[in-house]
Write a protein that binds this ligand. Sequence first.
Ligand SMILES: Nc1ncnc2c1ncn2[C@@H]1O[C@H](COP(=O)(O)OP(=O)(O)OP(=O)(O)O)[C@@H](O)[C@H]1O
Length: 670
Amino acid sequence: MFRQSLKRCAHLRVATAAPLLARQNLSLLTSTTRSSRPTLQTTTIKLSNLFVRWHSETAEASASEQPIEDVAPSHPTRFDELPALGVHPNLVKSITHGMGYEALSDVQSKTIVPALNGTDLVAQAKTGTGKTLGFLVPVLQRMLQEDPSLGTRNARYNARADDIRGIVLSPTRELAEQIAAEAEKLVAGTGLVVQRAVGGTQKSRMLEKTRRQGCHLLVATPGRLNDLLEDPRSGIRAPNLAAIVLDEADRMLDVGFRGELEEIVNKLPDVREKPRQTLLFSATIPKDVIQLARQWVRADNFDFIQTISQGDTPTHEKVQQHIVPCRSWGNVLPALFEVIGKEVESAQQPGAMPFKAMVFLPSVALVDLVSETYHDGFRSTCGVPALMIHSKLSQAQRSKASDKFRTMKSGILFSSDVTARGMDFPNVSHVIQVGAPPDREQYIHRLGRTGRQDKTGQGWLILSEVDIPICRSELRGLPIVPNREIESAAAELATDPAERLQIVNTTMDVLKGVPKSSLGAAYMSLFARVNRSNAQDRVNELREWFVDGMGLEGTPRMASNLAQKLGLGKVTGLNFGNDDFGSGNRDGDRRRSGSRFGRDDDRSFGGRDSHRSRDPFASLSSESRGGGDRAYKSYRGDRGDRGDRSYRGDRGDRGDRGDRKRDRYQETSF
Ligand SMILES: Nc1ncnc2c1ncn2[C@@H]1O[C@H](COP(=O)(O)OP(=O)(O)OP(=O)(O)O)[C@@H](O)[C@H]1O
């Protein structure tokens, strides 16, 4: 009884004194709770630093404030507990009334308090578990804390384009749009203004809107942000920048974005003059990325929040994972259409989820080809509408496809990796991956488009035998179960069409009818991930697909210098010569350059000077889950909004496979 009333008193006291109290005491609360009540899943790295913080800040906190710990939990479980932590009621109202959420997810519960306190975070949590709110809430709240006048809507009239206080960076345009939409819902009752800066949209229109409305939080893709910051006439400035978030942090720190990030950082205020918080969030944080993260966070003020417990897989148990091994590449597309047909049928059973599938393909060319084949050969019998999305479409086409798929009850989205990360399409029942995924992380992110929040889902991986060894190694330990019920996966192609499976015939007939340039581009793109050990097998199986499967005279001609470039110099059976399919270089040149660790520049997020001799990252890498060391860093699919692509990346980057053997993942079951 006494304890209850003490709680009530403290509650009132904290609510009225917030946000000041919250700022002063959050370190105390987090530190105290962590040291006295360690949780199984949260990893706190810098115990010594916590100890220091605990001592200095507890000294300032009076003894009478101790009961606050009882009411302002370091791991809140309900959003209505957030005001006690100093979170503005208008922000909380948007969540509880506007979005209708009551309980915090695990990652939100564990990240919001330290992030509110200004601590830099590296946070890993499974896909679809609410990481977006996990970083948006503290970033927005800290803006309100710094300038309480922004708490009411009227403050919007004073917002300026040169007053950006927070930046969220995302690897793809669609994800940036999605994050901005979520942020707009959150700030609905406040004076905070959110703007988006994404490639493929009219820069002038964005600038006009931002000058008119102002901006506190900018959600951007790196290319467009860089462009805006380097344009002296844009008026986009961030002298008060207090936070930067890298969503899909492992992807953002990948070589493809690193140069651009460095350029951005160089145009932002010097952290020595204007300190800022950095939040890195992702469902996958491979060990090599942890090494990169050290340049981004303040070594003396960061936490690694790990919500995936040791021994757990980074995928969801509620998502069944099947693999369909196909005898050859020519069997892969018929197997895909057979899986779709069967699953559409199962979805018609009473109580089943409507069939809503995302089909990920290894290249833009294959997205085009498969989408066309589905429409010409299977759409009418399946009865399920389909859309496609990839980076070679205009932004208007991409947005249209994405918006439409979002609202579809049942449908298929044939996609490149532009939608692999972060996209929150509701009620996706199936994720079907065709061909070897670029790496373990991308497999996990693609799979994570289904089974979000409390939903269930199914994952299918359809592979040619040639790709099995690489996948077996990369997907080690994931609960993927072989499925041998797909007849077309095993069908011989060199059989009289009268004897072949109907689904194989239909696929081959339609493929034969598509423009030769599409076939040629798809053919070239399938050399993206070959290596010395499987190049010959790939050439052979593609030849079988073209000749035995489609009845064509041969495979597309390939210029010998391209074959050399692709490492195919020693294989036999290639058709050398000038491109006779008009395939061009559809997927472009994706070779990437740049140092793995970027520039050693003091301006980049604290720089090296801030690193203490005690290395808090050393223990961090042992806490990352599901990544392992990435053996295959070169990627040539359509992974995001990058410019150059090639059929092959840098083969030198294939890494140390010895390390991979040492990780804890058991053997895969396929
Ligand atoms: N506390 C909550 N209660 C209920 N739903 C929530 C909550 N937090 C977030 N959501 C919803 O859950 C869905 C997934 O959230 P979100 O997209 O942030 O996940 P994520 O962890 O970032 O996923 P990914 O790793 O794929 O990027 C969204 O529809 C979001 O609005």
